[in-house]
Design a protein around this ligand. Structure first.
Ligand SMILES: Nc1ncnc2c1ncn2[C@@H]1O[C@H](COP(=O)(O)OP(=O)(O)OP(=O)(O)O)[C@@H](O)[C@H]1O
Ligand SMILES: [Mg+2]
Length: 262
């Protein structure tokens, strides 16, 4: 059950969009195409808890070996192995089948992990792998629902990532129905502008709360992810190929190119 208390995501600009952060005890879905930064957003959320709020975190990954996760985190300024050494982060590399089963079971792996670490936050990267458990869309929805609920049993605040099949294009809130099961949905998109690929973010929904509905550019740097100013042409940006008007509006707002490695 989510509370009214806000939890910082650790991402400059995103907390403001969310009205101060996500609700404690809520589930946030980060959805985007490969390479948009889904894992990075999740790692920021975990690192913020561990480094700033004395809230240990669990990182469950079905797709990356821990050493790859540690390397990727380092590239955005997060020292996961240090946090792990200090007992503030626990990296768990497992299969979706095993984790799903264990998350349901009282006294299972998830219970043991929470007990061992005192975790308040959890990242599951990515929930798309639950598709390996079943191909039936109705069963998948039930499994997703049970899975998400099991994350909340311990009053954890959760981030889950999901692969978007399309690189750019129409937004589908209904994909596998997971969006309906979570409290907050954040969409990450590639936008092609002036022959270069930029990144855009939209808070698609936030349950029981007002949120900023603008589409904003975000940048990934060696110091982390930072959310910038709104794009002006919402329709054009979501299509992935903004119109002339959108392009002009965009260039007005983002006339200066973000410096890489900033
Ligand atoms: N220091 C950095 N400066 C600029 N960009 C970076 C930096 N470190 C990582 N990136 C970019 O971040 C992106 C990868 O982010 P991340 O792994 O979080 O994405 P993802 O959505 O989880 O990808 P996947 O779908 O492959 O899991 C890549 O596009 C990479 O170029
Ligand atoms: Mg990833």
């Amino acid at each position: 059950m989510s509370s009214v208390e806000r939890v910082s995501t650790g991402i400059g600009g995103l907390d403001q969009m969310l009205g101060g952060g996500v609700f404690r005890g809520s589930v946030t879905l980060i959805k985007g195409a490969p390479g948009t930064g889904k894992t990075g957003f999740g790692l920021h959320f975990i690192a913020e808890g561990a480094r700033v709020h004395e809230e240990p975190g669990i990182v469950v990954t079905f797709e990356q070996f821990p050493h790859k996760m540690i390397r990727d985190a380092r590239s955005i300024g997060i020292d996961l192995s240090d946090l792990e050494k200090k007992g503030l982060v626990k990296l768990v590399f497992t299969s979706p089948e095993v984790f799903y089963r264990e998350a349901q079971r009282a006294g299972g792996i998830l219970d043991a992990l929470v007990h061992e670490t005192g975790a308040r936050r959890i990242l599951v990267d990515s929930i798309s792998h639950l598709e390996r458990v079943t191909r039936d869309p109705i069963a998948l929805r039930e499994i997703s629902y049970a899975f998400i609920n099991s994350l909340l049993r311990h009053d954890l605040t959760a981030f889950v990532t999901q692969e978007d099949v399309e690189i750019t294009g129409e937004v589908s809130a209904a994909q596998h129905g997971i969006s309906y099961l979570v409290d907050t949905v954040i969409l990450l998109r590639y936008v092609e502008l002036d022959s270069s690929i930029r990144r855009a973010l939209l808070v698609l929904k936030q349950r029981a709360s007002q949120h900023d509905r603008s589409i904003r550019e975000y940048v990934i740097t060696g110091e982390g992810i930072r959310v910038g100013e709104p794009f002006a042409d919402r329709e054009g940006i979501l299509s992935g190929t903004p119109s002339k008007r959108g392009l002009e509006a965009f260039m007005e707002v983002f006339g200066k190119k973000p410096r890489t490695g900033e």
